[in-house]
Design a protein around this ligand. Structure first.
Ligand SMILES: Cc1cc2nc3c(=O)[nH]c(=O)nc-3n(C[C@H](O)[C@H](O)[C@H](O)COP(=O)(O)O)c2cc1C
Length: 145
């Protein structure tokens, strides 16, 4: 398991990006449920993604990272979806670097709002968003090749 995509996604937006990244890079895909993270000792490139919930990732992702004492030496690429901005990626970057992971880059795009009748950002992530996510994933994989 050299490449792994870890994601959480309450309404499915970030899941679409996670699937595109995993397909593009041949990475394994795991949904984070709040339990401690899986054994990452063989992982050379870790993608971590979630939606923005009040400037943070979702509770399961917060719990999983907070329950992981060290990620020393692991190279991480962040991704996410959001309504207004991708500030939650700052939270993720801080949590990861505090645990001595190395953050290589980040990708974010808007995600459809499924709480207000799905009226806003209806077609996001769009096919262009997912193509951009694939490009990002390739670039990250090339950096560690
Ligand atoms: C309770 C709640 C809080 C949210 N807070 C924010 C926020 O602070 N900033 C933002 O940009 N988007 C916010 N959003 C929008 C989500 O980040 C966006 O819909 C995202 O695509 C959800 O991703 P997911 O389906 O993968 O969980 C919020 C959505 C909900 C339901």
């Amino acid at each position: 398991m050299e490449r792994l995509v870890l994601y959480a996604s309450k309404t499915g937006n970030t899941r679409q990006v996670a699937h595109a990244i995993a397909e593009e890079t041949g990475a394994e895909l795991r949904e984070v449920t709040g339990a401690p993270l899986p054994d990452l000792s063989s992982v050379k490139l870790l993608f971590v993604g979630d939606g923005n919930y009040s400037g943070r990732p979702s509770k399961p992702m917060q719990a999983a990272l907070e329950g992981t004492p060290s990620l020393a030496g692991i190279k991480v690429a962040l991704f996410g979806t959001y309504g207004a901005n991708a500030g939650h990626l700052d939270w993720l970057a801080s949590a990861l670097t505090e645990r001595e992971a190395e953050v290589l880059g980040r990708f974010a795009c808007p995600g459809r709002d499924r709480f207000l009748l799905g009226l806003f950002r209806r077609r996001r992530p769009s096919s262009e968003d997912l193509e951009a996510a694939r490009r990002f994933a390739r670039a990250m994989a090339e950096r560690i090749a």
